[in-house]
Design a protein around this ligand. Structure first.
Ligand code: TRP
Ligand code: SF4
Length: 329
């Protein structure tokens, strides 16, 4: 195992879907074999949007852990833990918050975007403004060298680096490491309606969906809108379905579809059926594993407990190093 430390987190805001899998999880599963990986459930971050229904966070955290394990994250190879079970995250967040200028946080594009986007929840909280500060605490506690994230998280990572530089300069000691953002090249995966796959758009295919549901969802996917009739030629390049063929169908079949679609020799119904078959073939083993994992909740909680215990040791050591540098202990 190389000495490189990787850390990443996911908010437990619901069941994971194919977008989460291809955008992050798949990459995590690959990394766990060669790097020192810490992955955590960012349940405190979820309170920024679920503070009115906090009881959901526990339920979703379990679902996320089950999705992780059935997708191939292996507690023998990586450390899996729960953010809220390690109070050092909250304590370091508080300490960092004392030295982060509010304008740095107000400038954060995600802060503004999310406030515009989310209409049903009041997102003007103090905690939500400080979201990147908590995220910085998450990262530095484990002295992570690299943080695999989606492109949307890049401004957060840049802010983390600024906060880290400020801390290290103020207390004249390089306690914290500036992490690199490791951006995975995510295949563009849209939901059934053609918008970005997202739980809140109600357009996602979940890892926990049944076989029947997955087929139903694939069959209802939006295709090239110019194929109003079966006899109209289409273009896979503008079709919302085709990126999934690129992931799940053999290259030969992809070629056949491209040519047949352009000549209107294949109907979208048949094309969708082929995708559904290939998608299911790839998902069935994981779906079975998911059922087995979900049937043994005690084992899932034990994995998280053991991972949390290990992670907490690391977090405690870093926090005391930080407080020593500040001369407050
Ligand atoms: N903000 C991340 C997301 O929503 C989740 C997260 C919280 C995170 N803390 C982190 C990711 C630390 C990487 C490192 O996707
Ligand atoms: Fe899309 Fe397939 Fe229909 Fe072509 S045939 S528009 S690729 S679903």
């Amino acid at each position: 195992m190389s000495g490189k430390r990787i850390l990443s987190g996911m908010q437990p805001s619901g069941q994971l879907h194919l977008g989460n899998y291809h955008g992050a999880l798949k990459n995590w599963v690959t990394m766990q074999s060669s790097l020192d990986c810490f992955f955590f459930i960012a349940d405190l971050h979820s309170l920024t949007t679920l503070y009115q229904d906090p009881q959901l966070i526990k339920k979703y955290s379990f679902e996320v852990a089950v999705d992780w394990l059935s997708s191939g994250l292996d507690p023998e190879k990586c450390t899996l833990f729960v953010q809220s079970a390690i109070p050092e995250h909250a304590e370091l967040h508080l300490i960092l918050s004392m030295m982060v200028p509010v304008p740095w946080l107000e400038r954060n594009p995600t802060y503004k975007e999310k406030q515009d986007e989310v209409k049903n929840i009041d997102m003007s909280s103090y905690g939500f403004l400080g979201y990147p500060v908590l995220q910085t605490a998450d990262i530095v506690l484990y002295k992570a060298n690299a943080v695999p994230v989606g492109i949307d998280q890049v401004p957060h990572l840049e802010l983390s680096r600024e906060i880290i530089r400020r801390f290290n300069k103020l207390y004249k000691k390089k306690v914290f490491i500036e992490p690199e953002a490791e951006i995975s090249d995510v295949p563009k995966l849209n939901g059934i309606d053609g918008r970005k796959m997202s739980k809140s758009y109600n357009n996602a295919i979940f890892l926990s969906d049944s076989e029947k549901n997955i087929t139903k969802k694939v069959m209802s996917m939006l295709t090239d809108p110019s194929r109003g009739r079966r006899t109209d030629p289409g273009d896979p390049d503008v079709c919302n379905l085709f990126p999934m063929h690129k992931i799940y169908s053999p290259v030969e079949m992809q070629k056949e579809i491209i040519s047949a679609c352009k000549k209107a020799e294949i109907g979208c119904g048949d094309c969708k059926q082929k995708l559904a078959d290939n998608l299911l073939k790839s998902m069935l083993p994981k779906m079975e594993k998911r059922r087995n994992v979900a049937a043994k909740p005690k084992e899932v909680y034990e994995i998280l407990r053991a991972g949390t215990e290990k992670a907490r040791g690391v977090a405690q050591a870093t926090l005391s190093e930080a407080k020593t540098a500040m001369k407050i202990i």
